[in-house]
Design a protein around this ligand. Structure first.
Ligand code: CU
Length: 148
């Protein structure tokens, strides 16, 4: 009996801890790409439910040798993407990572087994205040319709 209770507590703990964070990572997704695509992008919405500003410092995923925070920008009429050092999210604000905007770029892919429609892979986001948050990025053929 006690064992069952302990097991239940252990299972619940991560949920509580995730809930205690001020930062929510909503609807993480990635577009399905041709199997030999050199890089893969991940998107999500960051929401800061807290009373203090936070900052996304870096990201990483076990399926990629490296991961960078990128932004698309218009430079001389051409849309280009470039790494950004960090992304600020003010208290009560949100930041949307989406195609043609902020995105996470996964480089040197080491495991492509999940990179098709319906697959998923872990992505860990490092925040200055909230610490590490790991989410499962869902791979989709079509971008999700409803944004949170
Ligand atoms: Cu990029």
């Amino acid at each position: 009996m006690l064992k069952k209770v302990l097991l239940a507590l252990t299972l619940l703990l991560p949920a509580f801890m995730a809930h205690a964070k001020d930062i929510q990572v909503l609807q993480p997704w990635s577009q399905e790409l041709p199997p030999n695509a050199p890089t893969v992008a991940a998107y999500f919405t960051l929401r800061n439910d807290g009373n203090t500003a936070d900052r996304l410092l870096s990201v990483e995923s076990p399926i990629a040798g490296s991961a960078e925070i990128h932004q698309h920008m218009n430079s001389d009429g051409m849309m280009k993407m470039a790494p950004v050092e960090a992304v600020n999210i003010g208290a009560g604000e949100q930041a949307t990572f989406q195609p043609m905007g902020y995105h996470v770029m996964l480089i040197n892919l080491s495991d492509r087994s999940q990179l098709q429609d319906g697959g998923h892979f872990p992505l860990t986001l490092h925040f200055k205040q909230a610490g590490d948050i790991t989410v499962q990025v869902v791979v989709m053929k079509q971008p999700p319709v409803a944004n949170p």
